[in-house]
Design a protein around this ligand. Structure first.
Ligand code: GLU
Length: 436
């Protein structure tokens, strides 16, 4: 192990020192390691456990030949990182993205580990990714790519090992193909190998909007905590895919006004508030918000800096940085995306009094209902929607208050507090199993 990888060397104790580290590049995996270091210092974590939790347990790098519609064969690269399974089988989504890297997947797998621990479900963390541009692929090509991926990583998947799910640019149809390919490999139906499946194939009711619902529930709890009235509260959302659009719709139901939205096609602002379900319908039909025909056009930079009470980054990593953070003054930053804020931006937001709902708390609703889906698959007995909603609400509210209590007890930022709760539980499992 090189010196730069030694946790004792890397140990830092607060957000400001994370931001001030000489290692200031925005490599998401380095960011997760530095965040873990901060928590490990406060928890006085055993150095061997700290070191173990700083690295993925296993990772697969795969090469995928796929027959394209024009008859040619294209070669794709993919990854599956199983970060830690001390608390149960690995769990996490698969992303299709042109800018995917192994370090992004490692970071996302680490965050899945902390996320599952934080909402206290008996699962570890994993993530998968394929470098591809799904917008430029046909349904047939996507199906063949999905099946090729499962043929390569399938031996490492399974109910007892690692359960996949949708993430950026993947959906229930892709999960259905993956489950089907895996079932062929096994020789029998194994619905539970992926979650986020269509209802007809063992999916759970309430899975589709689960991440957005979790976001809205944590926003509700944060608003109560800081005394913000949600009635008329102005919300700006970056990213209007599954998570962003459901967060918008559900927050509007709670009384919020969705004043700004943006995606790869541009951004729109409407001080009177958009009709979130109508915008969601438009996006489903057109893939992008462009052409919605309401609101003033803005750049993405202007969108993030527009006046609002609740800012929700629901797209990709590293959107809130040292450059734009000084101009962001929402009361609540609800991190629906994974890793949207760089460590250097955190102390700036903190100084401006922004209440941050950290990513692996804010967006934990998806994996929570994925876990409910696994339970239903295992028993072959399916829940009704009120049961899913109630169970999700209990998990999200408990996790929110566990983080808030930790933040108060140790007088730390909510992000560090979330790590304290999550890392402590994983460390306990590692200790009890005798791994370190
Ligand atoms: N991709 C989602 C996440 O980042 C859900 C993962 C899952 O359901 O396993 O939390």
């Amino acid at each position: 192990m090189s010196e730069t990888h030694s946790p004792t060397r890397r140990r830092l104790i607060d957000l400001a020192s994370i931001g001030a580290s000489s290692d200031s590049e925005n490599n998401p995996f380095r960011i997760t390691q530095r965040q873990l270091d901060a928590a490990a210092g406060i928890l006085h974590l055993d150095p061997a456990i700290h070191e173990l939790l700083s690295w993925p347990l296993r990772e697969l790098h795969v090469t995928l030949p796929v027959r394209m519609d024009d008859g040619s064969v294209k070669i794709f690269q993919g990854f599956r990182v199983q970060y830690n399974d001390a608390r149960g089988p690995c769990k996490g989504g698969i992303r299709f993205h042109i800018d995917e890297t192994i370090d992004t997947v490692r970071a996302l797998a680490a965050w899945m580990t902390w996320k599952c621990s934080l909402v206290d479900i008996p699962l570890g963390g994993a993530k998968g990714g394929i470098i591809c541009d799904p917008r430029r692929m046909t349904a047939g090509e996507l199906e063949r790519l999905s099946r090729a991926y499962v043929r390569q990583v399938g031996h490492a998947l399974g109910l007892e090992k690692d359960v996949a799910a949708p993430d950026v640019n993947t959906n229930s149809q892709i999960m259905a193909w993956m489950m089907d390919e895996f079932s062929f490999m096994r020789g029998y139906n194994e619905f539970g190998v992926v979650t986020g499946k269509p209802l007809a194939l063992g999916g759970s009711v309430g899975r589709e909007d689960a991440t957005g619902r979790g976001v809205s529930l944590t926003v509700r709890e944060a608003a109560k905590h800081i005394g913000l009235n949600l009635d008329g509260a102005r919300v700006v959302i970056q990213g209007f895919g599954n998570v962003g659009s459901w967060s918008a719709t559900l927050l509007q139901e709670m009384g919020c006004k969705i004043v700004g939205v943006g995606d790869i096609s541009g951004a729109l602002y409407n001080a009177n508030g958009f009709d979130a379900p109508a915008l969601q319908k438009h996006c489903r039909a057109n893939q992008v918000i462009e052409g919605f025909g309401q609101g003033d056009k803005l750049s993405m930079t202007e969108l993030l800096e527009s006046p609002c009470d609740i800012l929700i980054p629901a797209a990709l990593e590293n959107q809130i940085t040292v450059t734009n953070a000084p101009r962001l003054k929402p009361r609540i930053l609800a991190e629906a995306a994974n890793g949207p804020t760089t460590p250097d931006a955190d102390p700036i937001l903190q100084a401006n009094g922004v209440y941050v709902i950290p990513d692996f708390l804010c967006n934990a609703g998806g994996v929570t209902v994925s876990y409910f889906e696994m339970v239903q698959n295992a028993y072959d007995f399916y829940w009704d929607l009120p049961t899913v909603h109630k169970s999700l609400e209990l998990k999200m509210v408990d996790a929110f208050h566990a983080v808030q209590t930790m933040a108060e007890r140790y007088k730390v930022h909510t992000r560090i507090a979330a790590y304290l709760v999550a890392v402590n539980r994983v460390a306990e499992a590692v200790r009890l199993r005798g791994w370190a």
